[in-house]
Design a binder for this molecule. Structure first.
Ligand code: C5P
Length: 399
């Protein structure tokens, strides 16, 4: 996977976010260099870009790289991907016409391997047929686009519209997508994530603190690796990932229905959702008034989704999660057998460093043979990647 990203900053108001784009790209593990057009430096500064990237900024003021090579040739060679963010209408027009009158257009004309444009401009400009024609020409040459998004405009008094640059985090996610190996191409992956809510009445429910982060990380990693991804999720605070079919549900029953309906066409299921095991026997139609000092709740079991999939599975690969506070390994292994899984991942819910909602986790992976492997603390994304690599090894069915 390519790891070198050149962030080319065009001269729009969104250039003030360019240092943050560098940060997010570096956090995602990319080596980043920056290029800024003359207009971009009216919005952001060379010093801030150099500080966050740890590299000198390439500008129109220089012709030669420190190596002595012509700068635009050196940059085009160095970068696995050029992200133009923000890209102005003029940047698009120059590249579409094959002009090379500034360092940005010259770098693209010099044969940059991959180019990802993040346009940002007034909605009227984005809607201009000349801009659309330039976008079409660049797409025809294999260039990719991220955004623009609908939202507020920088200039005072402008109405919101389609023309906002995608947020820095979203841009980093798009870059990762474009630079990932597509070893899941042709596969369909269904992931469940988040908690479920089991309602007592219209406003009260039983639930748990699952954030959904582990499941979303699996879904995003599978998408980046070329899979078609369906994410069935309970209520979370996470934004819908791009390029993923999301199916929001609330109760275990709803999740059960949503998953079973889609299961026949799926190659891999990763059940990362913290599905409630019990629900109130009855759900009151109206909010229950408080009466007396005590109340007894009768609970009934929810359907065990994974166990049901285990019975129905043909060549699908099934991965479950287990969260135990004691006898973790034994219990997780029993679950793997009982539910007919290919892999189970044991979480440690009481570990303060990796508890509910954390960005990092540690897992113990258990296989049907009883073989276990401890995966030390890492980001949920890194663990998701490892899990997908392991699951790919279990797939019998050719694409
Ligand atoms: O049996 P237990 O709930 O501990 O098993 C955990 C695994 O089973 C998780 O992968 C979870 O998503 C799944 N599960 C399920 N349906 C339930 C309860 C748990 O699919 N009703």
């Amino acid at each position: 996977m390519g790891r070198r990203v050149l962030l080319a900053v065009g001269g729009g108001a969104a250039a003030i976010k360019a240092p943050l784009v560098v940060r997010r790209l570096r956090e995602a593990g990319f080596a980043v260099r920056t290029l800024a057009t003359r207009r971009a430096l009216a919005f952001t500064t060379e010093l801030s870009l150099a500080t966050v990237s740890g590299q000198p900024v390439a500008t129109d003021a220089a012709w030669f790289a420190p190596s002595g090579r012509v700068l635009h040739l050196e940059l085009a060679d160095w970068a696995d991907l050029v992200l133009v963010a923000p890209a102005t209408a003029a940047d698009l027009a120059r590249a579409a016409a094959g002009l090379s009158e500034d360092l940005l257009s010259a770098t693209i004309a010099a044969g940059a391997r991959r180019v990802l444009w993040a346009p940002a401009m007034n909605p009227e400009m984005w809607a201009d047929p000349a801009v659309a024609a330039n976008v079409g020409r660049l797409k025809a040459r294999g260039h990719a686009f991220a955004g623009p998004a609908y939202g507020a405009m920088a200039a005072v008094g402008e109405a919101p519209g389609l023309g906002r640059m995608l947020e820095p985090e979203e841009l980093a996610a798009r870059v990762r997508y474009h630079l990932s190996q597509k070893d899941y191409a042709g596969r369909t992956v269904l992931v469940t994530a988040g908690p479920t809510r089991e309602y007592l009445d219209p406003v009260r429910f039983l639930s748990n603190p699952s954030s959904g982060k582990m499941g979303y990380a699996v879904a995003e990693a599978a998408r980046d690796r070329g899979a078609r991804v369906i994410l069935v999720h309970g209520p979370t605070h996470l934004p819908d990932p791009f390029g993923v079919e999301t199916v929001p549900v609330e109760s275990a029953e709803e999740m059960h229905r949503a998953v079973l309906e889609r299961f026949p066409k799926v190659d891999l299921v990763v059940m990362a959702a913290a599905v409630a095991d019990w629900r109130p026997a009855e759900k009151h139609r109206e909010k229950e008034p408080k009466r007396g000092q005590e109340k007894v709740l009768t609970l009934v079991r929810t359907p065990d989704i994974l166990a049901e999939l285990g019975k129905r599975k043909r060549d699908q690969v099934l991965v479950g999660f287990a969260m135990e506070t004691e006898r973790g390994l034994d219990r997780a292994f029993e679950k793997l057998k009982k539910k007919n899984l290919d892999l189970i991942c044991l979480n440690h819910p009481t570990d303060p460093e990796t508890a509910f909602g954390a960005d990092e986790n540690r897992l113990v992976i258990i296989e049907p043979s009883g073989r276990t492997e401890a995966w030390g603390k890492a980001s949920k994304r890194a663990l998701a990647e490892r899990l997908l690599t392991r699951a790919l090894g279990f797939m019998q069915k050719p694409v």
